[in-house]
Write a protein that binds this ligand. Structure first.
Ligand code: ADP
Ligand code: MG
Length: 461
């Protein structure tokens, strides 16, 4: 019989055997190979003695029936022989399989190591470059962070990322960490919140018999790394000791050629508690600002959230959400999640109508508009609206402007961005102005009187 014909025949028999015999017999059937079909006897070989005996003992007649059917020969018979060569071949294959399995285990182990390193470095898995939506407003900050991740301590050191809350500072900073751990696993990364750093320092430097040892451990922890990520440095305490400790950490790392990345909600010079020594160190490298994302980027952020979760949506719903949450990406995400949760719980599709119902954003322009408030403030403080909206920094004008910003935000609830646009100022400046008045108004009589009288003038109270 021709070899092709033989193989063909055997292929059919084997397929029928796999079909007919129970699964526990399959491991013995797979490695069988045909050797000859001669004078009504089919000879198959196996490298497994146990396999030969098992099939012979349990399925002899069933196999014979199959062979008779396929060969159309009522008298056909079969023998299974143990074959040394087949055994060798089998061993080789199983070694190959084992190796593959080992590789898979190693790979898994590498992934495990990676996730261990990521958790040891204190990173949130979501904050990666791949998950950061890039647009006009953040492209520069993104590119700089990427450059630092690709070339730590070579390009921009320190990298100082600043901007208001919820604009992606922590996200970008941790993305540098993830990128490094994944692409350059030999490098050690440490992420720390400034508060944790400060508390750690305070508890370790406390006088005790172990202070020296504790401080040495502390120093190691923060300087035995290749990249340090210090988040929200505006929370640094004004205590001299803490400052000089941070300066020490900074200098040690910097002198060793290690990468330092810092975030803050404002520029170093605007952190009142910061010593000039630390301030000048922070300003030494590159400072980049994260500003609120533009319309398209905000839309893309929400769209990515929806797409990543395989959600079906009406595009206008996403447009509506991104239109109304302009200051803070965290709040934008929160608004989106709220609508999603609602849509899920009530089994309604994610439509514009639903988004409107859930978020109830104030669509109509409020009766009291920016112009009217500016006018009332201008009359109360006796400064012109033009000055309020201009660059002048004189105390009187600044105070009036702060009040105008505060009242505008409190009354209209409009985004800081739109208020910033109206007053021709930066978004962060407007936020700080609002924050300042909000804090001081409870103790400052002049401010609270001003606020009350202006509201009266606007017929609001
Ligand atoms: P910050 O540290 O500036 O306060 P975060 O980095 O914590 O802000 O960001 C707040 C939230 O917004 C996070 O969930 C973050 O993933 C998300 N976020 C911010 N910017 C972007 C962006 N450009 N693309 C995707 N998500 C973003
Ligand atoms: Mg943050």
């Amino acid at each position: 019989m021709e070899i092709m014909e033989l193989n063909n025949l055997w292929g059919q028999i084997k397929a029928e055997m796999l079909e007919a015999l129970p699964e526990n017999a399959h491991p013995w059937v797979y490695p069988l190979e045909v050797s000859a079909y001669d004078k009504g006897t089919l000879t198959v070989v196996t490298g497994q003695i146990m396999g030969r005996d098992f099939l012979r003992k349990n399925y002899y007649s069933q196999i014979t029936d199959i062979i008779r059917k396929v060969t159309n020969d009522e008298e056909a018979d079969f023998v299974i022989v143990y074959d040394e060569n087949a055994a060798k071949k089998l061993r080789k294959e199983s070694e190959k399989l084992q190796k593959k399995a080992n590789e898979a285990v190693l790979k898994e182990q590498a992934m495990e190591n990676l996730s261990y390193m990521q958790s040891a470095a204190n990173l949130n898995l979501k904050y990666k470059f791949e998950n950061f939506v890039v647009g006009e407003s953040n492209r520069f900050a993104y590119s700089v962070a990427k450059a630092v991740a690709e070339n730590p301590a070579k390009k921009y050191n320190p990298l100082f990322i600043y901007g208001a809350a919820g604009l992606g500072k922590t996200h970008l900073m941790q993305a540098i960490g993830h990128y490094t751990i994944f692409n350059n696993p030999k490098l050690k990364v440490k992420y720390t919140k400034t508060e944790d750093y400060v508390n750690d320092f305070i508890s370790n430097s406390r006088n005790s018999k172990d202070t020296i040892e504790n401080m040495s451990k502390f120093n190691k922890k923060y300087t035995n790394v290749d990249i340090i990520l210090i988040d929200d440095v505006q929370f640094i305490e004004s205590k001299t000791k803490t400052m000089s400790q941070m300066q020490h950490t900074f200098d040690t790392l910097y002198n060793r050629g290690k990468q330092i990345v810092i975030t803050s909600d404002r520029l170093p010079k605007d952190i009142p508690t910061l010593t000039s020594a630390l301030c000048s160190r922070f300003e030494m490298g590159l400072m980049v600002e994260l500003v609120p994302p533009d319309d398209l980027t905000r839309f893309n952020i929400v769209k990515k959230l929806a797409d990543d979760n395989d959600l079906k949506y009406e595009e206008d719903a996403l447009k509506y959400i991104s239109k109304h949450f302009r200051d803070n990406v965290r709040e934008l995400e929160g608004a989106f999640n709220k609508v999603c949760a609602y849509s899920e719980v009530t089994s309604q599709p994610l439509t514009l109508k639903l988004a409107k119902e859930v978020l109830k954003c104030n669509d109509a322009e409020a009766d009291i508009d920016f112009e009217k408030i500016a006018q009332a403030v201008s009359e109360y403080y006796d400064v012109s609206v033009k000055d309020l909206r201009g660059p002048a920094r004189a105390q009187k004008i600044a105070t009036a402007r702060h009040m105008a910003v505060y009242i505008t935000r409190e009354i209209t609830g409009k985004s800081f961005i739109s208020i910033a646009e109206f007053y021709n100022k930066r978004h962060t400046t407007i936020m700080f102005a609002h924050e300042k008045v909000k804090q001081e108004i409870s103790t400052d009589k002049d401010l609270s009187n001003a606020s009350r009288e202006i509201r009266q003038a606007l017929k609001l109270i």
